[in-house]
Design a protein around this ligand. Structure first.
Ligand code: FES
Length: 139
């Protein structure tokens, strides 16, 4: 292999690695998630699935059409229903807000509307903690 070919192939390989690295960093990390089965009107989340160092956890359950986002703020845990209050589409949490892909509404992590067309805040479920669990009351 001539020097010129070697340099061309080496540079192509470096550019490919740089591109792959950029793509991976752009994707970010997936939000932690937990699948819970309902017991009566409650979802039981083991405390070790949502440690105090963790700020958010997505909860899926067959009992609800959409997910619940647990949000920890100042030692308080909120359970936000990930259903848009505009026309009931499922919502997606990002690093900075909760967004609706259907018509563009956005909500903060307290459930307040940041961007219309939604006018009402997100539904919240009561949450209580026991020694080993978080209990979400879904009805
Ligand atoms: S359903 Fe979410 S903005 Fe319309």
């Amino acid at each position: 292999m001539e020097r010129r070919q070697f340099l061309q192939k080496s540079c192509s390989a470096c550019l490919g690695l740089a591109g792959a690295s950029w793509l991976l960093s752009a994707c970010g990390t997936a939000m932690p998630a937990f699948k819970a089965n309902a017991t009566g009107n409650e979802l039981v989340i083991p405390a070790d699935k949502f440690p105090v160092t963790q700020q958010q956890l997505l909860i899926s359950t067959p009992a609800l059409a959409n997910q619940i986002l647990l949000v920890r703020r100042n030692d308080q845990v909120k359970a936000l229903y990930m259903e848009c209050t505009h026309e009931y589409s499922g919502l997606t949490p990002t690093k900075t807000k909760i967004v609706c892909a259907l018509h563009g509404s956005a909500f903060d992590f307290d459930g307040n509307v940041l961007k219309e067309p939604a006018l009402l805040p997100l539904k919240q479920f009561p949450v209580r903690s026991t020694d080993n669990n978080l209990i979400i009351q879904i009805a």
